[in-house]
Design a protein around this ligand. Sequence first.
Ligand code: PLP
Length: 481
Amino acid sequence: MKSIFEQGRAGRRGSTLPQPDVPPAAAIPAALRRRTPPALPEVSELEAMRHFTRLGQRNMGVAANFYPLGSCTMKYNPPFHERLAALPGFAGLHPLLPQLRHGAALTQGALAVIYEAETIISELLGFERTTMQPLAGAHGELCGCMLIAAYHRDHGNTERKVMLIPDAAHGTNPASAAVAGFVIREVASDADGNVDLADLEAKLGPDTAGLMLTCPNTLGLFDPNVREICALVHAAGGLCYCDGANFNAIIGRVRPGDLGFDVMHVNLHKTFATPHGGGGPGSGPVGVNAKLVPYLPVSIVQKRADGTYALEYECERSIGYIAPFYGNFGVILRAYAYLLTLGREGFIRVSENAVLNANYIRVRLAPYYEWKFNRFCMHECVFSAAKQARNGVRALDIAKALIDRGIHPPTIYFPLIVPEALMIEPTETESRETLDEFIQAMIEIAALADKDPAAFHDFPLTTPVSRLDETRAARHPDLTA
Ligand SMILES: *Cc1c(COP(=O)(O)O)cnc(C)c1O
């Protein structure tokens, strides 16, 4: 495909503007004028439209392809919520508008959205309050770690510097805890994929600040000892953090606050439906129990006795600002619409279908790919391509073979504790027929890996660029070829 610079013809224009009917402004000083014309594409409007439409069709996204990217929850997000987010009263709101001006409530609608979204999410998580400020999942983790640090500082626990993190945690957990100033200590998993309780007890002590548990963990498993884990950490004087980025696995069925967690984040852009990827806007609200409420970041939306809303900034023990204005308001708004669309029964069906879909894949693919555990999984199932790798076909090769079949690859080589990991998350929005097509593709790939492993080394064959030298692509990227 030609780049847009190689299309069109010198002098061709994509738009025409009427002659100005006002006098031109003062001429731009000669010293500031460019000497050569800008090298812009010279194409017609139709050529530009076709170019970008074709580029868009080359994109692999949820709107066109099954996208079982483990941990990332690439589910379908109904465009209805986009329309609500685009309503002029919301989209045109300026974050610096005063809340009340001459008796007119300028931002009351937006504050009501934040407050009500917070109220529903607090109820779902089982927490006292939730800050809607964090701008991503990892940002929520950082906020949660800062809350834990503030709590210990406030209680004179100067020696509590260690954050315990199981080896089945998401990779952002140790990073966030380290940025918040904690020393990381890893806790091992046992043979069933749960936290090794003996190892946990050995690592608890007077230096324990807390523990961050990814729940369900990155093996897609729900740790049945979670209450006991929280009790052990509390008995040692620490606080418990729940990484609930993948809350779609348990939403409506269990409230992490009831299990003993003190603080938790959820990803609105995973569980609560916002298109994501490419580092786009996200939101990682953090729920806390009563112990941590005094330290929540500002601002906090409060509801007054007369039913109006106010942004509160005067919180003496707050950790302060972590984000400007209202957080990522557009994402909160979409999530609020989604919450109202689903309702209580809808949430239960989300977790039901997320878990059912993953287990369907687990059972159907277990004869072909290694699955280490003898138990149900939650929203995702993590296979190993170790069997295929012994024949020279690695997880990466399987991922590339899927692209040729019109399927986005699953997450590979994560979690790190599974060699040749294939981390498959079908999400709750996919149909049985789509899952069957994926399963069929994976079975065919397993058969080809037995018969003709060499065939894999050139996959994908159907894409504009085939197998890349990944190191060279990173070091010397050619972005126009
Ligand atoms: C996605 C994810 C995160 C990080 O969320 P970001 O919004 O990408 O920062 C953290 N933990 C888990 C388990 C996740 O799946």
